[in-house]
Design a protein around this ligand. Structure first.
Ligand SMILES: [Zn+2]
Length: 348
């Protein structure tokens, strides 16, 4: 009797557990399959890991394979200090020291590029900006038959920035520099910034034929970082020679909308995952969706929704969160739904 009671309690418990599990599974599959897409639909479903691989009745809703489906990804919160969209200025320090650097001249020799040079062999930049920079200046040479651009400054160490800063104080007799960013606060410490000059003038004004570079550098992911009409916001004088790599979609949007990086990073904060994403198509016909996810600063990781069936990038903004850039044209098969391809039906 005792035994029976125990086993009936046991089976009642088991039954409850099974019920709970089945309910959870149905919910997970339903929510997972339900498209979570940037539309006017405000009742966007919560994010779940759609990796749930449970064999259960198909939901009645038809899944449009051209829709983007999201899942949550746990990103180390400290990664908000990394990525090609980090904002570094007088108020925002650069922290990470994990740049993958290369000697620009070595890279140019390796790639057989002769459309420009670096001032000396020790000049380094982030590896990832080499190809975009080469493509920009190769095209400039092709368009204008000019190959006298010299990169005079790239990556700077903290020590180098300190030297430049101290030297400027000695020169001016001031106790702060108006020309050189404080050590830790220079974009050159990120490896994403380069200063142009020319071997003809050794003084770069970005005028005449060189205007082509300002008008086209977005196609290669660069922006003129300190424009003449934004000095009150950047707090840096007009620098026609200083270019910063931010990636094509962001360079395009900033250039076309006349925004400096401070303004752009601020604007992106209003495009959250749950709210409207920033959607646009660039002049080359490529479609993007961008949204901001605030970092969970008290926690080790931050929950960031990312697409499971589209190409995307994540970058920190170096202040308060992550920017997810989605290549909206590059939608792939929905994971787990590959079996519904037409190739298989043809094989029948
Ligand atoms: Zn510079």
């Amino acid at each position: 009797m005792k035994e029976n009671k125990r086993s009936s309690i046991k089976s009642a418990k088991l039954f409850t557990e099974v019920c709970v599990l089945v309910t959870l599974a149905i919910t997970a599959v339903y929510i997972g399959a339900k498209e979570i897409r940037q539309t006017e639909d405000i009742s966007r479903a919560p994010i779940v890991d759609s990796g749930a691989d449970i064999d259960i009745e198909e939901p009645t809703e038809v899944v449009d394979e051209n829709k983007i489906i999201f899942e949550g990804s746990e990103i180390p919160t400290k990664d908000k200090f990394k990525g090609d969209l980090i904002l570094v200025n007088n108020n925002t320090q650069y922290f990470t020291g994990d740049e993958e650097l290369v000697s620009l001249n070595t890279q140019l020799r390796q790639d057989g590029v002769t459309s420009f040079t670096a001032n000396d062999n020790s000049l380094k930049v982030r590896k990832e900006i080499c190809t975009p920079l080469e493509n920009l200046l190769n095209e400039f040479k092709a368009q204008k038959q000019i190959d006298d651009v010299v990169i005079i400054s790239g990556f700077r160490t903290q020590e180098k920035q300190q030297q430049l800063y101290d030297a400027d104080l000695v020169k001016t007799g001031l106790d702060y520099s108006e020309l050189v960013a404080k050590p830790g606060y220079s974009e050159h410490q990120t490896g994403f910034a380069v200063d142009f000059t020319t071997s003809t003038t050794w003084d770069y004004d970005g005028l005449g034929d060189y205007e082509w570079i300002d008008e086209n550098c977005w196609k290669y992911g660069f922006v003129l970082r300190y424009p003449e009409n934004k000095t009150d916001i950047t707090q840096i004088r007009y620098e026609p020679w200083h270019y910063r790599y931010v990636g094509v979609p962001h360079a395009y949007y900033m250039y076309k909308n006349g925004l400096c990086m401070e303004e752009y990073i601020e604007k992106l904060r209003s495009y959250t995952y749950e709210g409207g994403h920033l959607e646009f198509t660039d002049d080359l016909g490529v479609k993007y969706e961008i949204y901001f996810v605030k970092s969970d600063d008290g926690a080790e990781t931050t929950f960031v929704p990312v697409p499971v069936n589209a190409t995307y990038d994540i970058s920190g903004n170096n202040v308060d969160g992550f920017i997810v850039t989605l290549y909206a044209d590059q939608i792939t098969a929905i994971p787990g739904m590959e079996n519904t391809t037409s190739a298989e039906s043809q094989a029948e």
